[in-house]
Design a protein around this ligand. Structure first.
Ligand code: TZP
Ligand code: MG
Length: 213
């Protein structure tokens, strides 16, 4: 995929989290989010057994594939291979990206979380396809994070890389445009969609914002 095709595919990027579902099932929230217009879904489950993770990944893959919405698997190369995911997302403590690249088919894209300028600089010599700028704002959804980048940090990252950038952390409809204007190609979020009273409407509102600039 070209940079620009990948950047469009990552535009409204839903990241899952069981604890943010507020009693809804993952499938229901996914269906609603897809109807609302999310362009990409990352399965990020820290508490599931491998068996349940694979089952969820297979189910999501069956839902998303006919809609041409890429499924990204967080951390787990084995699960990504098992469900033929379109992408994987790796953090600074996960498998080294060079190793992941050597295990994955060439068409599977790799996203990598950057938490410091050093990470961004290093990304230039790594086989990564997009960067997750993490976290852009502080968020209760994930508290073991580095210092938030803020909009200024995001602008500084934008200035030194041509890779597609996906911002994550504390993004919602009230700050989405600021984040896009600061240089993000995509907006990734958990709670703004998963914990919304109406996930379909939340996704639709965000998609309209994304499409409007
Ligand atoms: N990585 C950095 S912040 C974050 C992850 C997975 C959580 C984002 O959650 P929210 O609810 O969109 O702030
Ligand atoms: Mg990780």
């Amino acid at each position: 995929m070209t940079h620009s095709a990948l950047a469009s595919a990552l535009r409204l990027y839903l990241v899952t989290d069981q604890v943010s579902l507020l009693g809804h099932t993952l499938t229901d929230v996914m269906m609603a989010a897809v109807q609302g217009g999310v362009t990409c879904v990352q399965l990020r489950e820290k508490q599931l057994t491998t068996r349940d993770f694979v089952a969820q990944a297979m189910a999501l893959s069956a839902l998303l594939r006919p809609l041409h919405i890429p499924l990204v698997i967080n951390d787990r190369i084995d699960v990504a291979l098992a469900c033929n995911a379109q992408g994987v997302h790796l953090g600074q403590s996960d498998m080294p990206v060079e190793l992941a690249r050597s295990l994955l088919p060439p068409e599977v894209f790799i996203g990598w979380s950057v938490e410091t300028m050093d990470d961004v600089t290093r990304s230039a010599s790594l086989p990564v396809d997009y960067l997750g700028v993490s976290p852009v704002f502080a968020t209760p959804t994930k508290t073991d994070t580095h210092t938030p980048w803020g909009l200024d940090g995001l602008r500084r990252v934008r200035a030194i890389t041509a890779l597609p950038l996906v911002a994550i952390g504390g993004i919602h409809s009230g700050n989405a445009l600021d984040v896009l204007r600061a240089g993000a190609d995509g907006l990734a979020m958990v709670s703004a969609i998963c914990s919304a009273p109406d996930p379909r409407l939340a996704a639709q509102t965000l998609r309209t914002l994304c499409d409007g600039i």
